[in-house]
Design a protein around this ligand. Structure first.
Ligand SMILES: Nc1ncnc2c1ncn2[C@@H]1O[C@H](COP(=O)(O)OP(=O)(O)OP(=O)(O)O)[C@@H](O)[C@H]1O
Length: 322
């Protein structure tokens, strides 16, 4: 019996004794326990089950699976999805973000460029709740104050972040990676055992087509090329139905062909999602042809089309070194 089958058998034994409520166990914990063959897994699983039973016995709350995909407070009536206003943050007295104002419309594709140390990563960290600014406002729509929410709440409200390095489950197939990422409660063992509804299968198929990996659906994610892994990870984020996708240097290490395909993919996501791409590769930014914001010393130096940006005297001076 292969390791994976053995683990799956172990899991199903544990599942029988622990009841289906354990499907609330987080995917990350289950995946980590499989990966590490974690001996403490059973104990934690039993505790989680007890917690879940008491949670389900409560009548003063709405169960997770009954909650809508997006926070009902997400209000984009004014066509604006993300507002950063007067945001500043200092690290040991150094202002990494300095009175930053940035507005992202619903369905917009925006590129953020800027020299090293301009504050791009810190800005993403502020939007996702990893870093709290010293001053300023950060809102998702007109009603969700992101500064009052933690990282998990912000993610649940519809903000997905793709880091530069792809992080997919290499020992699972492309299809299983997408299935595991599906919004709602999916766990590693249900990926192996439970039947998907027609709607869920359609959603996975739709994302597979979008990321161009239909033919690789049954392949282990570990055997994909670097570019394909990046697309798969974008697909995994899409399974969560985010309103806003933050994508950090998506084309680093890609071939030209993969870069073209990534530009197509990101363009195709705009409309249904707002997409903010941080990228150093100017050819790629040009190929996306979106509005570009130039960050410099923690604030927006210029904003406009790539042509406007290239002709902007301030940008030439501080960014292009002319
Ligand atoms: N946790 C931290 N502690 C101290 N300084 C920090 C911290 N995070 C960021 N900085 C500093 O803030 C500035 C902005 O960093 P940030 O990583 O946001 O820039 P960036 O535009 O993403 O740069 P790069 O393109 O090199 O990734 C840098 O000078 C960095 O050294």
């Amino acid at each position: 019996m292969s390791d994976l089958k053995q683990l799956d058998a172990d899991l199903s034994r544990q599942m029988n004794s622990a009841s289906v409520l354990t499907s609330q166990f987080t995917d990350q914990e289950v995946a980590a326990s499989i990966y590490n063959k974690d001996a403490g897994f059973t104990a934690r699983l039993a505790k989680q089950t007890r917690d879940n039973v008491s949670q389900f016995a409560r009548r003063d709350q709405v169960f997770e699976f009954l909650k809508p995909a997006h926070n009902p407070l997400l209000d984009t009536r004014h066509n604006m999805l993300l507002y950063l206003e007067g945001v500043s943050v200092s690290f040991d007295g150094f202002k990494a973000i300095n009175d930053l104002n940035l507005y992202i419309k619903e369905g917009e594709l925006r590129c953020i460029i800027g020299p090293n140390g301009a504050g791009k990563t810190t800005m993403m960290d502020i939007i996702t709740g990893k870093t709290k600014p010293d001053t300023g406002q950060v809102w998702l729509g007109s009603k969700l104050n992101l500064l009052k929410m933690d990282e998990a709440q912000i993610a649940n409200a519809g903000v997905g972040r793709k880091f530069q390095k792809p992080t997919v489950f290499e020992c699972l197939s492309v299809w299983q990676n997408l299935e595991l990422s599906m919004s709602g409660t999916r766990s590693v063992w249900s990926v192996f055992r439970a039947k998907l509804s027609g709607e869920q299968r359609d959603e996975i198929e739709r994302v597979l087509v979008l990321i161009g990996l239909q033919e690789q659906a049954a392949m282990d994610a570990g055997s994909l090329s670097h570019g394909q892994k990046q697309w798969l990870e974008i697909g995994m984020l899409l399974m969560q139905k985010p309103k806003l996708l933050l994508v950090d240097e998506p084309v680093a290490g890609m071939t030209h062909q993969e870069m073209d395909r990534t530009a197509e993919l990101l363009n195709s996501l705009a409309g249904a999602h707002s997409v903010v791409v941080v990228e150093h590769d100017m050819d790629f930014v040009r190929s996306i042809a979106s509005t570009v914001s130039v960050l410099h010393q923690g604030s927006v130096l210029a904003e406009g089309s790539m042509t406007d940006i290239q002709n902007n005297a301030k940008v030439k001076q501080v960014y292009l070194g002319e």
